[in-house]
Ligand binder design. Sequence first.
Ligand code: HEC
Ligand code: HEC
Length: 315
Amino acid sequence: MREFKILGIVVFFTLVTYWGVEPFAHSQMHKHVEGHEFVYDGTADIEETVDAKKEMKKAYWADVAKIATLKGDATSGEAVYAMCMGCHMEGAVNMGGVTPPSLEHTGALYDKNYLIALIKDPAVAMNTDHKFADTMMHPMGSIKTMVTEPQQIADVVAYLLTKKAGEVTPKEAYAEACGRCHEMRYAKWTQLGKTPFFKEKKDELAHQIKVLDEQAAVKGYMGKLPPDLSMIIRARSEHFLETFVENPQSQLAGTSMPRVGLSKEGYEKVTAYLTMIGDPSKPAREAIGPWVILFFVVFAVLAYLWKKETWREVH
Ligand code: HEC
Ligand code: HEC
């Protein structure tokens, strides 16, 4: 009887701690952030922005919605795309703090509404306009003077969604969406891309200096060097990662990390890469799970039979 009372007390306090204290502490330290299912319509931006900017953001997202209803012509869009290539060409170099990413799979990675918003005004779409007195100063800001007609935006987005939406590997997804800012040491990835193998020490050191220069530029632009993402898939929950990428401001108000604007499919490709690098044994672990359970079942049966056998005389 005494044992049962002790057990009861232990169970009671364990449950109080588990259900009462921990979730309470958690809710105080991390506010809950709603996900938006990768829909980019500005709802959260309008809600969260300062009063002085509310009207601007409402009008901006209303324009985005309007452009989304236009029928884009991919062929005319290709001509507009040539302007994008002025900055995003292969071998692009750092520009205003960051190297413009390859647009090879843009249509497969980003959401349509987000792309419209991005071309309309990159700083507002990325939700980092608080950093710029004039959003023209954003490193991609001059697109606002190059692509001015709503129809042009609809056309180039149509082009991106038809011509640039082929198969994308998890690695390409990471490289295009995150790789210009985030190092990934476990994958030998720096802000300059995959580190090649150097035969000569001299060449290796020369490359390291280039990486340091690039990192200094990114740091100058972002205010801090973005963290290495090798292990982020283990360090952060799925919900945190998803809502953070969808809108970094929602988790970390004032952060300089821009919204990336991925579609659900694009996000899944990126996290597949984060998992491959940060948690490579996950598939093996998941495959072994059923066998472990089977082992316990067999073991329990054997243990029970053994106990029955041993205690037969006593009972
Ligand atoms: C003046 C140079 C310039 C031009 C022109 C330009 N971009 Fe960019 N673009 C950039 C830079 C720099 C970045 C990275 C900005 C950052 O990370 O803050 C970028 C980022 C992007 C991104 C990634 C956005 C994200 O949320 O991660 C996409 C997609 C993109 N550009 C598409 C385009 C398209 C499409 C065009 C043409 C309609 C275009 N860009 C024209 C410089 C340019
Ligand atoms: C233009 C640069 C830039 C791009 C592109 C970018 N990030 Fe970031 N990221 C940052 C910066 C800067 C920080 C640090 C934020 C801070 O502490 O305020 C950050 C922080 C993070 C963090 C927070 C780490 C933590 O635990 O606090 C995660 C997670 C993250 N980034 C994931 C991503 C993913 C995934 C992508 C691609 C889909 C991406 N980032 C693209 C600049 C960038």
